[in-house]
Design a protein around this ligand. Structure first.
Ligand SMILES: Cc1ncc(COP(=O)(O)O)c(C=O)c1O
Length: 397
């Protein structure tokens, strides 16, 4: 700048860039900037035209969110990843772009996360979307749904919420591809520590970053990782639909993600111990946990997840009533009764009043979610304190 600026101009322009100097930061920079200044309009034109990498505006990409996207693409073994403002925003963007918007048919797992199911059902009602719900563990049912009504997308969860059904990703990828469909896996419950679906043949991996990846209960976010074409389509969605993950949130997710492996391993270890303990308790009718031999997909889980079984345990109270479930939740002293999972601390969710509230009672019953079903997301507390908390709450249930 050749001209000497006056104070009023200097304060507006102050501290626009970080001072340069030796030494690379060990924590990522939080670039909380919506816009990016260009000394050359020609350069700016090249960036807008995707001829040169760079940043132009908050919805198109920010350096801090891009750092998270590169890290996720690496963890998910993908060519690219795009982050959204929540897991639901990621699911809505991807499924719409991949199938619904172009009239494609979707074959979806029947017991996906309750809000995902509610979204799909709304699209059927309001947009005439073609979505067939199937039991993903029934190979013949999946195959005939894919074949009879040619589908463009097969949509499943690696470990389903909240019944913890485990899907065979390799077999489903094979079925999807033989029938010309894309396989998308919501790996939120498994996290990249248990499985990298793309290494087993899946095309697209979705995470609610709100859960294990961040793990600290202070950020909502979602991601879609896949080939370059998927990444391009998702970038187009963040630009036009606007549900992009802001830089401060991305910065927090990066910080949380650095302990992902450590947290998830500890959670899996404690969850197995708790599931085993609950299975012999007289006030518990049924325990669902992929690490128990009684789980229908135990052998598959063991092979697919490398000896880890996840941090969520779902169980049915023997009484099977809403009153005793409320008494149980109200009696917890260590665990929280809070609607999320994958955090550092233990959290209970009661599907009948929360995640599956919008699912019709008959459908809930058909899926196996009763008034006695509780979902426990195991944290990193001392396992002895968690078992004592469970014992106390069960005695009052
Ligand atoms: C498996 C699964 N996918 C997606 C979501 C949605 O994520 P978010 O709450 O970040 O929108 C959830 C939320 O619980 C979930 O459990």
């Amino acid at each position: 700048m050749g001209r000497e600026l006056r104070q009023g101009t200097r304060v507006v322009r102050s501290a626009r860039s970080l001072p340069e100097g030796e030494g690379a930061p060990v924590a990522p920079s939080l670039v909380q900037s919506v816009a990016f200044d260009y000394a050359s309009a020609a350069r700016q034109d090249e960036v807008f035209g995707n001829e040169r990498p760079g940043y132009v505006y908050g919805r198109y990409g920010t350096p801090t969110t891009a750092a998270l996207e590169s890290a996720l693409a690496e963890l998910d073994g993908a060519e690219g990843a795009v982050c959204f403002a929540s897991g639901m925003a990621a699911i809505a963007a991807f499924v719409d772009a991949c199938a619904i918007a172009s009239g494609g048919r979707v074959v979806a797992q029947e017991d996906v996360y309750g809000q995902t199911r509610a979204l799909f059902e709304r699209w059927v009602r309001e947009r005439g979307a073609k979505i067939t719900f199937v039991d993903p563990t029934d190979r013949r049912a999946v195959e005939s749904a894919l074949r009879d009504a040619p589908a463009s997308l097969l949509y499943v969860e690696a470990i389903a919420n909240p019944l913890l059904r485990v899907v065979d990703i390799t077999a489903l990828a094979d079925l999807a591809h033989k029938n010309g469909a894309t396989l998308a896996v919501d790996a939120t419950f498994a996290s990249p520590v248990l499985v990298q679906p793309r290494s087993l043949g899946a095309d697209v991996v979705i995470h609610s970053l709100t859960k294990y990846v961040n793990g600290h209960g202070d950020v909502m976010g979602g991601s879609v990782a896949g080939g370059a074409d998927v990444a391009r389509a998702m970038r187009d969605r963040t630009i036009l639909d606007g549900a992009y993950l802001p830089p401060h949130e991305a910065w927090l997710v990066i910080r949380g993600m650095r302990t992902l492996d450590l947290r998830v391993r500890r959670q899996c270890e404690t969850a197995l111990r708790i599931a085993t303990w609950l299975a012999q308790h007289k006030k518990v009718a049924r325990v669902r946990y992929p690490g128990l031999a009684s789980h229908p997909q135990h052998a598959l889980a063991k092979k697919q997840f490398g000896g880890l079984f996840g941090g969520v345990v779902t169980f049915d109270l023997a009484s099977g009533s809403r009153e005793s479930a409320f008494r149980f939740l109200d009696s917890l002293e260590v665990a929280a009764s809070a609607t999320t999972l994958g955090d550092l601390w233990t959290e209970f969710l009661y599907p009948a009043i929360s995640s599956h509230r919008r699912v019709a009672p008959e459908e809930r019953a058909r899926l196996g979610i009763t008034d006695g079903t509780l979902r426990m997301s195991v944290g990193i507390e001392d396992p002895e304190d968690l078992i004592a908390d469970l014992e106390g709450a069960l005695s009052r249930a």
